[in-house]
Design a protein around this ligand. Structure first.
Ligand SMILES: [Zn+2]
Length: 246
């Protein structure tokens, strides 16, 4: 038995994370981080154990075969190069899997609720495009992107869910925010609070030509609630000043 195994690591053994199956505990690296032995669904097994938290958090998804397949997918467009609908599919894919994308942490990189593409689309954006065209139609305009309809969870918070059949629609940024507001109880109709397309929550209050605005950070239930609260009190204050001095 190697030293330093924790219950959390031992629970991972035998479990599947993306394409990895954890086959055993691999000790700790020089910085004390736990390692696990893994096997990829394609049959490859790296000789050395890898960082357990990267496996669990999805930062490492496969032996490299997934990435190779996706590169092929992205370069195979069947004569649809420049097609706006396919472009939007690719953007959705990037939000889920492109770690270099600035707002990836809000989507695929969200540690508690990572957003994914439906498995049948992960390697086949042309199939995703075909689905869209046959259900909600082609991309209607330059301002439109693929929005997740989402649902309200047991605590009344809006959850976007995955990019999968039945959960998609075309939206502009303002429609998308309205959707979130409507689906999220307590927060509907909160003027001046919005989620940008970059995934950040913004608050803004304008009064008598003066403007106050703030970036509250990446969208989570918490940042959203904080923004709502601060915008409300800020508005009351600015309006009170207006009433007193106006
Ligand atoms: Zn593999």
């Amino acid at each position: 038995m190697l030293p330093g195994i924790t219950p959390a690591i031992s629970d991972m053994i035998g479990c599947v994370f993306n394409r990895w199956t954890v086959t055993g505990y691999g000790g700790r690296d020089s910085r004390g981080k736990p390692l696990v032995f893994v096997r990829c669904s394609c049959g490859n097994s790296p000789e050395k154990p890898i960082d357990a938290s990267n496996v669990k958090g999805g930062r490492s998804k496969s032996c490299g075969c997934l990435h190779r397949e996706l590169v092929v997918v992205r370069n195979t467009t069947h004569g649809l190069t420049g097609d706006p609908t396919l472009q939007r599919c690719r953007n959705a894919w990037r939000r889920c899997y492109d770690e270099k994308l600035e707002y990836y942490p809000h989507y695929g990189g969200n540690p508690t609720d990572p957003v994914r593409l439906a498995p049948e689309w992960e390697n086949d954006l042309v199939a995703m495009r075909e689905y869209l065209v046959s259900t909600i139609g082609k991309c209607p305009g330059v301002d439109h992107f693929i929005d997740r309809i989402g649902y309200t969870d047991s605590e009344g918070k809006w959850r976007g869910g995955n990019y999968e059949p039945g959960n998609l629609r075309w939206a502009t940024e303002s429609q998308s925010v309205q959707n979130r507001g409507m689906l999220s109880t307590n927060t509907s109709g909160v003027k001046g609070v919005r989620i940008g397309r970059d995934g950040y929550v913004y608050g803004k209050v304008t009064s008598r030509g003066r403007e106050w605005h703030k970036n509250f950070g990446l969208y989570t239930a918490e940042t959203w609630d904080r923004a709502v609260e601060e915008v409300r009190s800020r508005r009351e204050k600015m309006h009170a000043e207006y009433a007193n001095h106006g």
